[in-house]
Design a protein around this ligand. Structure first.
Ligand SMILES: Cc1cc2nc3c(=O)[nH]c(=O)nc-3n(C[C@H](O)[C@H](O)[C@H](O)COP(=O)(O)OP(=O)(O)OC[C@H]3O[C@@H](n4cnc5c(N)ncnc54)[C@H](O)[C@@H]3O)c2cc1C
Length: 480
């Protein structure tokens, strides 16, 4: 049987044979739940939703899809922002959800490693690590919904990258179901292993296009006993970047976060939550949220205070949190701003990076160009600037028509990406390419890069069944 020629009923019947009760969803309300992502910008009804509960079931499922030539799209928590996890709108893709394959298999505080299944929600994995006095450092706004498999497939970043690295830096091993249903067992906790190619690296950040991740071995760190958080007001982004360099050194490399917000962003947060009052005596053009952490009783507060006092030429005013509750309140400005951007409907999201030394120029040039060309829109810049990563988002004016928005998003993205190109940056620092950024990605990729990428895709997925059309264009069926 070939999926292109079989009826939907025949395909569903074949899937039911290998997935026991609860393993396959076909009811309209279930399909609807799996048809849109967090942003609501992307929609695509899957043919059905397969929910394997074991690695064996996931492998049997892929074997069947291989035999049927049935395209699939893996889904984690659907918080990805580039339309990669949503089925293609034609209704021909089977969604594979990992919500039932979600166990924490082990946490080893001596090995400083944990083994987690793909469907484990990031926050639950973090809690399991904490119970053993360890830290899984991956931290960002969607951690209550996103899943480990999605984090690996997107190579997620977040707040603590400057100290602990991206997801790629945290993965010790992977277990992956291949396109033809074979299981690739690379689930090891070795920190040093130079036996040939490091195949796991290829699956990390591949957005579900090369294999289905079923479990991961992740690096852990000692859980911080001390955390110091400060919110600082500054005059310019240049001053913020100068402070970053000083703080990184001055804090004995204990800096865990260095987030930048501009005044516009802080006002968006305060407007969205009336209980958030201006955190400093008066408004400043630029704010920095700085965090340092240590796992042992060292005079961390004194270290941070010394750094801040020594940077009085850069810092206009600031507050160093006196308690965990106050620190959480400072972070609320950042979290509320991110969440509030979408309250009025769709907006343009970007997640670019430039060399850290060019970050201030990037923000200045992009904002200036956007304000000149689209004075009616609100452009917000914020980000994990210790990693050179800026989210430059553009919110359309209230009441803008769908056509106006489409023109604004296309034009504004081009403005931003042109500045990124000029400064030698990347159009995606975190969210990936998916379908949303494919055109911009292809335009900027040289022939050799595309040739290698296409060969890689063909080697891992010769029938183009794994998330076809994400990152690279899907080949026409007769080309496969
Ligand atoms: C409020 C908010 C804040 C965010 N902040 C950040 C941030 O700071 N840094 C950052 O990097 N991202 C951030 N994101 C983006 C997003 O949360 C991450 O990309 C996250 O890693 C996606 O995980 P998910 O489980 O939701 O994956 P999904 O959205 O479900 O899927 C993402 C991709 O992974 C693939 N996939 C999912 N599971 C598997 C699997 N088991 N095997 C193979 N492929 C799979 C999907 O097919 C898709 O290509 C944010 C998103 C939101 C909504």
């Amino acid at each position: 049987m070939d999926a292109a020629r079989a009826s939907k009923e025949q395909i569903v019947a074949a899937l039911r044979e290998i997935l026991p009760a609860g393993g396959l969803l076909t009811a309209p309300e279930d399909l609807d739940r799996h048809s849109r992502d967090w942003s609501g910008d992307h929609f695509g009804l899957p043919l059905a939703v397969a929910r394997p509960a074991t690695v064996g079931e996931a492998a049997a499922l892929m074997r069947l899809c291989w035999d049927l030539s049935l395209p699939v799209v893996p889904q984690g928590g659907l918080t990805g922002l580039v339309g990669a996890a949503v089925a293609e709108p034609g209704g021909g893709e089977l969604a594979i959800s990992f919500e039932r394959l979600n166990a924490v298999r082990s946490v080893d505080p001596v090995e400083f490693a944990m083994i987690v299944e793909a469907g484990c929600v990031l926050e639950n994995a973090k809690k399991a690590a904490e119970e053993k006095d360890c830290l899984l450092p991956l931290t960002f706004g969607a951690q209550g919904s996103c899943r480990i498999g999605g984090n690996i497939a997107t190579n997620a970043g977040g707040m603590n990258v400057l100290r602990y690295g991206m997801t790629r830096d945290l993965v010790l091993g992977l277990e992956v179901v291949l396109a033809d249903g074979r299981i690739w067992n690379g689930l090891k906790v070795l920190r040093k292993d130079n036996r040939g190619y490091d195949l796991k690296q290829l699956f990390i950040g591949s957005e579900g296009t090369l294999g289905i991740v079923t479990a991961a071995a992740l690096k852990l760190f000692p859980k911080p006993a001390l955390v110091e958080t400060a919110l600082l007001g500054l005059r310019t982004v240049d001053d913020a970047m100068a402070l970053y360099a000083r703080a990184r050194r001055g804090c004995s490399d204990l800096l865990t976060a260095f987030e930048l917000l501009l005044r516009d962003g802080l006002e968006v947060a305060m407007h969205a939550r009336r209980d958030l009052a201006d955190p400093l005596q008066r408004p400043y053009p630029v704010y920095v949220l700085l965090e340092a952490a240590a796992s042992r009783e060292i005079p961390l507060r004194g270290v941070v205070e010394t750094v801040l006092a020594g940077a009085s030429d850069l810092i206009e005013d600031g507050v160093l949190a006196a308690s965990r509750a106050q620190a959480e309140r400072l972070w609320l400005f950042r979290e509320t701003m991110v969440e509030a951007q979408g309250r009025g409907g769709r907006y343009l999201r970007t997640d670019v990076s430039v060399p850290i030394s060019k970050l201030a120029i990037f923000i200045d040039d992009s904002l200036q160009a956007l304000r000149q060309r689209y004075p009616e829109a609100l452009a917000l810049a914020y980000g994990h600037v210790g990693d050179g990563n800026v989210h430059l988002n553009v919110i359309p004016p209230v009441g803008a028509s769908a056509e106006t928005m489409a023109r604004l998003f296309e034009g504004a993205e081009e403005v931003i990406f042109n500045v990124v190109d000029r400064l030698g940056g990347s159009i995606s620092a975190e969210h990936g390419i998916g379908r949303l950024k494919q055109k911009a990605f292809l335009k900027r990729s040289d022939d050799a890069t595309l040739d290698l990428a296409q060969r890689l895709k063909h080697a891992f997925d010769p029938k183009s069944l794994l998330s076809p059309g994400r990152i690279l264009p899907a080949p026409a069926r007769q080309e496969i």
